[in-house]
Design a protein around this ligand. Structure first.
Ligand SMILES: [Zn+2]
Length: 422
C-alpha cells in the first residue's frame, strides 16, 4: 500500500479565522478566535475539509467519501493544520433593517487573523491513483476559512504544495513510516515541491460601481481616541473604508424593502447576528435569503451568492467634527454634552460584489435599484445619516446609462412579479 503525504501552504488574503465554539452563541463583546491547548490560534481540519469538499464537485464522493446508506471511507484525510501569525481584531456592526443604520448596541468586536497569515494543511491520501484528481482540485481551490465569507472574510490562496509517497510494501517505506512520524514527515527535507496542474482560474463575475462621497461619511469601528475621546473611523491598512458587512447589510435591507413594496413575500424579521456576524436567523426560503444567504438552527442554511468586499476610500479627507448633543426635551443644547467624531469629508471608493454561482436577473435588478437609491440619497451609508452624513454618488454612469439600468431592472422585476418568463 502506498500512502501519499501532502503539505499545502495557504496564505490568508483577507482577515479570517474560526471563532472559539464555546463563545459562538453568546453576546460576549469579544469573540476570540479558536485556540489550541497551547494558546496558539487554531483552524480545525474539518473547516478546511469542508471548503475543499465544496470545490470538489463530482469528485467529492470519490475523494472525500460519503456517510449515509452507503458509507464510503474518505481516501483523503485531513491530518491537521498549523497557523503562524498574530491576531487582529475588528468591530462589526449589525444593520437595523428598518433604518438601514447600524442597530443600537449591535457593535460586536471579533478577533481575526491578519491577512498574510500562513496556514499549513497536512493531508494524507491512501489511494495514489487519485493523486492527479486531488492535485487538480488543489489547483482549482479557492480556500475559504471560517465564517464571514460573504462579507469578504476568510479568503485564502494556495502558495505551495509539497509531498512524498511512502510505499508501505518496502522495508525503506515501512521504516520511514514507523520511524519518523509527526509533522516532521511533512518537513522541507522530507518532501519535494509539487507543481499543480495549470488550470484556467475560476474568475467569478464582479459587479463593480464607483462612488464619491457627497457630504461626509462616518463608519466607526467602535473605538475612540484615548485622549480626545473622538469616535474613530474603521480603517484597513491605514485607509478609512466601508466594510463589506456594511455594504451587505444596507443592500440586503434595501432589496428586501423594494421587493416587499411589490407585495412579494420576503422576510423582514429583525436582524439577529450569528457568531461570525454575517448570517441572520431568517426565513430561508425567500428570494433575498437565496441570494444573500441564511443560517438556521442545526447547521441548516445556505451561503450567500453575493460576496461583498471592503472598500478602502481613496484620496480621503478626514476631519474631526464637534457636535453638541441636543436636549431631547427642550430642543436646546444639553449642558456639557459635547462629542467629536472623525468624518471622511471627501474621497472615492469602489464597491465590488463578487458573484458566487448563478445570480438571477431579479436579484441583479434589485441590486441596481438599491444602488440607485443610494445614488439619489434615499439610503445613506454608515452612522449619522440623520445628521446629514452618508450620501454617496455614483461616478461611473452617465444619466442615460443610469436610466437604462433602472429600466432593465424594472423590467426584470416586472417579469418576476407577473410570472412572465420572457
Ligand atoms: Zn428570507
Amino acid at each position: 500500500m502506498k500512502v501519499t503525504l501532502l503539505r499545502v501552504d495557504l496564505e490568508l488574503t483577507s482577515p479570517g479565522g474560526v471563532a472559539a465554539p464555546e463563545t459562538a452563541a453568546t453576546e460576549h463583546p469579544q469573540l476570540p478566535i479558536a485556540r489550541d491547548p497551547y494558546g496558539r490560534p487554531h483552524i480545525p481540519a474539518t473547516s478546511i475539509a469542508g471548503s475543499l469538499r465544496a470545490h470538489a464537485g463530482q469528485a467529492a464522493v470519490e475523494l472525500f467519501g460519503t456517510v449515509g446508506e452507503k458509507t464510503l471511507a474518505s481516501p483523503v484525510r485531513l491530518i491537521g493544520t498549523a497557523v503562524q501569525d498574530q491576531v487582529v481584531s475588528r468591530a462589526r456592526t449589525a444593520v437595523d433593517r428598518h433604518r438601514a443604520a447600524p442597530a443600537r448596541n449591535s457593535l460586536r468586536r471579533s478577533q481575526h487573523l491578519a491577512p498574510g497569515t500562513r496556514i499549513t494543511v497536512y493531508l494524507r491520501l491512501d489511494e495514489d491513483r487519485l493523486l492527479p484528481e486531488l492535485l487538480d482540485l488543489l489547483a482549482r481551490w479557492r480556500p475559504g476559512i471560517g465564517g464571514g465569507r460573504s462579507v469578504g472574510f476568510g479568503r485564502a490562496r494556495v502558495t505551495g504544495v509539497r509531498g512524498r509517497t511512502v510505499d508501505l510494501g518496502t522495508p525503506d517505506g515501512l521504516r520511514a513510516w514507523l520511524g519518523e512520524g509527526g509533522p516532521g514527515m511533512y518537513g522541507d527535507t522530507a518532501t519535494e515541491p509539487i507543481a499543480l496542474p495549470e488550470t484556467a482560474p475560476e474568475t467569478p463575475e464582479v459587479l463593480r460601481s464607483h462612488w464619491e462621497i457627497v457630504d461626509g461619511l462616518h463608519i466607526g469601528g467602535g473605538t475612540r481616541d484615548e485622549d480626545t475621546k473622538r469616535a474613530l473611523l474603521v480603517r484597513s491598512g491605514g485607509l478609512p473604508m466601508v466594510p463589506g458587512s456594511t455594504w451587505k447589510g444596507i443592500l440586503r435591507s434595501r432589496c428586501e424593502f423594494i421587493l416587499g413594496s411589490l407585495d412579494q413575500r420576503v422576510c423582514r424579521s429583525s436582524l439577529v447576528r450569528g457568531a461570525q456576524g454575517e448570517e441572520e436567523a431568517i426565513c430561508g426560503s425567500c428570494l433575498i435569503c437565496d441570494a444573500f444567504g441564511w443560517a438556521g438552527g442545526n447547521g441548516s442554511g445556505a451561503r450567500s451568492r453575493l460576496i461583498f468586499t471592503d472598500s478602502p476610500i481613496e484620496a480621503a479627507t478626514v476631519v474631526t467634527r464637534q457636535h453638541v448633543a441636543l436636549d431631547r426635551f427642550t430642543g436646546g443644547a444639553a449642558g456639557g454634552l459635547l462629542y467629536a467624531e472623525e468624518v471622511v469629508e471627501s474621497g472615492r471608493l469602489t464597491l465590488e460584489i463578487h458573484l458566487d454561482g448563478e445570480v438571477s436577473p431579479v436579484i441583479r435588478g434589485l441590486i441596481n435599484l438599491a444602488l440607485a437609491d443610494i445614488h439619489s440619497g434615499l439610503t445613506g451609508i454608515g452612522g449619522a445619516t440623520t445628521r446629514g452624513l452618508g450620501t454617496l454618488r455614483r461616478t461611473d454612469l452617465t444619466p442615460e446609462q443610469a436610466e437604462g439600468e433602472r429600466t432593465s431592472a424594472t423590467w426584470a422585476l416586472l417579469h418576476h412579479v407577473t410570472g412572465d418568463a420572457a
